[in-house]
Write a protein that binds this ligand. Structure first.
Ligand SMILES: *Cc1c(COP(=O)(O)O)cnc(C)c1O
Length: 387
């Protein structure tokens, strides 16, 4: 780069135009903070979109990935490795699932779920109109948000996006439905909760019609909502869940976990990925989940979530507090979420505006009193700065 050209110029001319130029260039992180290239710290209440479960540069994360890199990083799925088997064991224990398929991202976990669904011999898959399931062609087909889909049509046939109501689900359900795919909390849509009883109804209807119930726990998993997985708060057992994001604490990982008979649908040779389940990533994810367990971070997510909710609902301009645990959606009185997240950023606080009337908070699961207090200070100040 020449002396006059900034990183913004560089980004704008070299990185694919599919993403807008970011607000800052970050150079390091520690705990709940990240620093930009001017040395300015930011309290990170987004955690890389619900990814950095242990925050940044956590010693457990650093130790696990360093040691595994020095031991055995990758071997392909022609071979088993201890970290892969250990992570499978742990994920199945905390989820109650029976089998797991490992891949490298959320979208890939959804792709695996779509292939699983096709193995029922049926083709219709129902998802919700304001859902987000990823941006690969298959996961995009399932994603409800039309503006994301339309430039890439035609997409996969058989995908139907229904209204988020039990009535709409009842009306769309039939014996030709392979699967119903639902996020327990719709994160990208602004952290929207499902209507009361929706998952119970979805479970009953899918049972009745012999269809799979697949829950997209990519954003809600890894303890973020105050239980290991959000479905565990709804007294149901799904046929499969997709996981990614927070499971790895910062390494790229995804997974499809199946329960019961759905575990037999994919047979030898029907799916795979070169990197999926590699020892570098699975050793790190296993250490992250072990630390979540050891440090009681699932409980912390619930308690800190409750604490934040009590404070947030009392703030002027905040009309609604949604989500569970440390996946928090705020409804705003005025559609000013972009300006609010920018004002927060200027004050050294990272939050996210999934749309103009919603703020999304997804801090690391390790936050304590100090981070909660600082967040409330900075956020209140940002709110007050709005016209
Ligand atoms: C992030 C996300 C995805 C896509 O995951 P990627 O790793 O970005 O491919 C899918 N579903 C949900 C609910 C998500 O939050």
């Amino acid at each position: 780069m020449s002396a006059e050209s900034t990183w913004q110029d560089h980004y704008g001319s070299r990185i694919m135009k599919s993403a807008p130029t970011p607000l800052a260039r970050l150079v390091r992180g520690e705990g709940c903070y990240v620093w930009d290239d001017n040395g300015k710290p930011y309290l990170d209440f987004l955690a890389g979109i619900a990814v950095n479960s242990l925050g940044h540069a956590h010693p457990v994360f650093v130790d696990a990935i360093s040691r595994q890199a020095a031991t055995l990083a990758h071997v392909s799925n022609y071979f088993a490795t201890p970290p892969q088997l250990d992570l499978a064991e742990r994920l199945l224990r905390v989820s109650g699932g029976d089998r797991v398929y490992f891949c490298n991202s959320g979208a890939e976990a959804i792709e695996a779920a779509i292939k699983l669904s096709r193995r029922t011999g049926r083709r219709r898959i129902l998802s919700l109109k304001d859902s987000f399931h990823g941006r690969t062609m298959g996961s995009l087909s399932l994603t409800g948000k039309a503006v994301l889909r339309e430039p890439f049509e035609p997409l996969l046939p058989g995908m139907e996006h229904i209204d988020t109501s039990i009535e709409a689900l009842e009306a769309a359900m039939g014996d030709d439905v392979a699967a119903v795919v639902v996020e327990p909390i719709r994160g990208e849509a602004g952290v929207l909760d499902l209507p009361e009883g929706f998952l119970r109804a979805a479970r009953d209807l899918t049972h009745e019609h012999g269809a799979l119930l697949i829950l997209d726990e990519i954003q809600t998993g890894a303890g973020r909502t105050g239980t290991w997985f959000a479905f565990q708060q709804h007294d149901i057992v799904p046929d499969a869940i997709t996981v990614a994001k927070g499971i790895g604490g910062g390494v790229p990982i995804g997974g499809l976990i199946t329960f019961g008979a759905a575990s037999d649908l994919l047979t030898v040779g029907q799916h795979g990925s070169t990197f999926g389940g590699n020892p570098l990533v699975t050793a790190t994810a296993n250490a992250v989940l072990a630390e979540i367990e050891r440090a009681g971070l699932v409980e912390n997510a619930r308690l800190r979530g409750d604490q934040l909710r009590r404070e947030l609902i009392a703030l002027p301009g905040v009309t609604e507090v949604r989500g569970a645990g440390l996946l928090i959606g705020l409804g705003l009185e005025h559609p000013s979420a972009t300006a609010l997240s920018r004002a927060a950023f200027e004050r050294g606080l990272i939050i996210n505006a999934p749309n103009e009337s919603s703020i999304r908070l997804a801090p690391p699961l390790i936050i304590g009193d100090a981070e909660v207090a600082e967040f409330l200070d900075l956020f209140t100040s940002a709110l007050e700065a709005l016209p």
